[in-house]
Design a protein around this ligand. Structure first.
Ligand code: UDP
Length: 246
C-alpha cells in the first residue's frame, strides 16, 4: 500500500497491514518444557517471531570470582540466529545483542528470589529462530516461562510487549514493517502487579501519545500474562496426569 508521499500507508479504515486493529496483539503460541537437557524451557511464537528460551540453574558459578556471597547472579544471553532475519546476520554477539541481553536480564531480575541461592548462577539463553520485530519482548516472555518451568522461585511472571506509532496512531505490538518504518517503538516489561521493569523507546511520541502507548502495552501484557499462565498450568496438569498413570 502506498501513501501519497511514497511512504507506506500502515492503517486503512482502522485496519493494519496484517489485518489487525490498532489494539490487537499478533497470535501467540507458547509451549513449555520443550528441551529435555535444560532445567526449564519454553518455545514461543508472537506473530512471525519464533524464539526458544532455556534456563539452567541455580548452579555453581564459573568463573568463581563472579560469585556473590548473598545471592545468585543472573546471566541472560540473547542471540539471533543468522537465518532468523531477511538479510543473513553475521553469527556471534554484537552491540545490539549485548544491549538486549542486559536490558532483558534487568527486566527479569527484580522478580527472581536470588537471595535463596547464594554463590550460584541462573543462566538464561534466548535463541531467536525467526525475527519479525519484538524479539526482545518475545524473548523476555519465553524466558519468564522457562524460569518458572525450571522451578526458580519468583515473585511473579514478567510479561513484555511493545506499542508503536504508525500513521500518527498508537498501535499495539508492532510487526517488522511498522517497527522499521513507523514513527516510534516502545517496548515495556511489567510484573503482574504493574511495576515496569523495562521501558525503552525509539522515535518520537508526544506526552499524550507516550501515556497512551504505555497504557496500550500494559493491556497487551495483561493478555499475554494469561497465555503464559495457561501454558504453565497446562504443562503441569499434563505432568501430573502422566505421573498418576505411571
Ligand atoms: N532486524 C534485522 N536484522 C538485525 C536486527 C534486527 O532484520 O540485525 C529486524 C528483526 O526483524 C527485528 C526487527 O528488525 O525483530 C526489530 O529489531 P529491534 O532492534 O527493534 O529489536 P526487536 O524489536 O526485535 O526487539
Amino acid at each position: 500500500m502506498q501513501g501519497n508521499n511514497g511512504n507506506i500507508t500502515f492503517i486503512r479504515d482502522g485496519v493494519r497491514l496484517d489485518g489487525r486493529r490498532v489494539d490487537e496483539l499478533r497470535p501467540i503460541k507458547i509451549e513449555v518444557g520443550v528441551l529435555s537437557r535444560a532445567d526449564g524451557s519454553c518455545y514461543m511464537e508472537m506473530g512471525d517471531n519464533k524464539v526458544v528460551a532455556a534456563v539452567y540453574g541455580p548452579r555453581e558459578v564459573h568463573p568463581r570470582h563472579l560469585q556473590e556471597v548473598s545471592r545468585a547472579i543472573v546471566r541472560y544471553r540473547y542471540n539471533m540466529a543468522s537465518f532468523s532475519v531477511e538479510e543473513r546476520r553475521r553469527p556471534g554477539p554484537d552491540r545490539r545483542s549485548y544491549e538486549l541481553s542486559k536490558v532483558s536480564r534487568e527486566a527479569l531480575e527484580p522478580v527472581i528470589l536470588t537471595s535463596y541461592f547464594p554463590r550460584s548462577v541462573i543462566d538464561i539463553f534466548v535463541e531467536v529462530l525467526q525475527a519479525d520485530a519484538g524479539t526482545r519482548t518475545a524473548g523476555i516472555n519465553a524466558a519468564s516461562v522457562a524460569l518458572a518451568d525450571a522451578g526458580i522461585p519468583m515473585k511473579g511472571l514478567i510479561t513484555s510487549c511493545a506499542a508503536g506509532k504508525v500513521d500518527g496512531q498508537v498501535v499495539l505490538d508492532p510487526m517488522k514493517e511498522e517497527d522499521n518504518f513507523g514513527q516510534a517503538d516502545l517496548p515495556i516489561a511489567i510484573t503482574p502487579w504493574g511495576d515496569i521493569t523495562l521501558i525503552q523507546m525509539d522515535g518520537d511520541l508526544s506526552r499524550d501519545e507516550f501515556r497512551q502507548a504505555v497504557e496500550l502495552a500494559r493491556i497487551g501484557c495483561g493478555k499475554i500474562y494469561e497465555i503464559q499462565r495457561k501454558a504453565l498450568l497446562d504443562r503441569y496438569c499434563q505432568m501430573e496426569s502422566a505421573a498418576q498413570e505411571a
